[in-house]
Design a protein around this ligand. Structure first.
Ligand code: AKG
Length: 281
């Protein structure tokens, strides 16, 4: 399992992350990682964690399965979170001197799943505050199956610079998200006016990944394939400009037991520092 990306991340890719809000990174992980992560994900589906969400209503085809925090239960996910090429890439993309692990997120769309992932951005789901040009979140959407452009997540280029905080929503249409008293507006319906936006999307092979910021608007179609699964595992890292900030209403994922207070730098056993690397492991 490689500790350095198979192809180094270039300065042009880092600039695209900052300017566009999302960038496709090719050949980061070798197949040993992918196979270990596939086994971990299938284990998790068979025996999910406490935050599992099933987003496909009864009677609909396929299954949109969501879970979190596999790194706490699956050794391969823990190794990928803490000891893979990802922490160094997060530091490079964020221009951060220190990077902490935040959380992981599993999103599997089995063949025939019709449910879309609604357009949203991630930062408003989090009990976090940030300063600086970038929001300090680097997410890596790691496909474990080949994914074509018409099945993969899409991103609105430059939307991380709109200065917006759109209302979070659960991916299941019938589940309301209590975003407290925060004055947040609804995300625009990008699909109703696709030609008005500059949409980014890629065909991906296992080993490739998409890196994106916490404020980049994104959404995904269902999985129209009747044979191919769409397993994606997402890793999320925080740069040194992020602070804890409790807020009214729900947060997602609801991580507890961290002991952080408002204004604290992110850290502790649940959010370990992963960059600079310690050389452990
Ligand atoms: O995989 C998907 O369908 C959506 C992924 C997503 O929303 C995210 O990674 O924040």
């Amino acid at each position: 399992m490689n500790r350095e990306p198979l192809l180094p991340v270039t300065e042009g890719e880092a600039r695209a992350f900052r300017d566009d809000g999302a960038v496709c990174l090719r050949r980061v992980l070798d197949m040993d990682w992918i196979e270990a992560l596939r086994r971990a994900v299938d284990d998790d589906i068979a025996s999910p964690g406490p935050m599992v969400r099933l987003n496909t209503p009864a009677g609909n085809p396929g299954r949109f399965f969501v879970d979190f925090q596999l790194w706490q239960r699956q050794p391969a996910c823990c190794a990928a979170a803490l000891q893979s090429p990802m922490p160094a890439i997060a530091a490079q993309l964020l221009g951060a001197t220190r990077v902490n692990w935040y959380h992981d997120h599993l999103l599997v769309k089995e063949p025939g799943t019709m449910e879309r992932t609604p357009w949203h951005h991630d930062f408003p789901y989090y009990p976090l505050q940030t300063t600086g040009e970038l929001d300090g979140v680097a997410s890596f959407w790691v496909p474990l199956d080949p994914v074509s452009r018409d099945t993969a997540v899409e991103y609105v280029r430059g939307s991380h610079k709109w200065g917006k905080r759109y209302a979070p929503k659960f991916f299941r249409k019938d589940a309301g998200f209590d975003s407290g008293a925060m004055a947040v507006e609804e995300a625009p319906d990008i699909d109703a006016q696709r030609d008005r936006y500059d949409l980014l999307g890629w065909d991906l092979e296992p080993g490739d990944m998409i890196a994106f910021t916490g404020l980049t608007l994104h959404g995904a179609p269902g999985n129209g394939s009747l044979v191919r699964r769409r397993r994606a595992w997402v890793l999320r890292y925080l740069g040194d400009n992020v602070r804890w900030s409790t807020r009214p209403g729900a947060v997602s994922p609801p991580i507890e037991g961290h002991g952080l207070k408002d204004g604290d730098r992110i850290g502790g056993a649940l959010f370990p520092e992963v960059w600079p690397a310690t050389g452990a492991g």
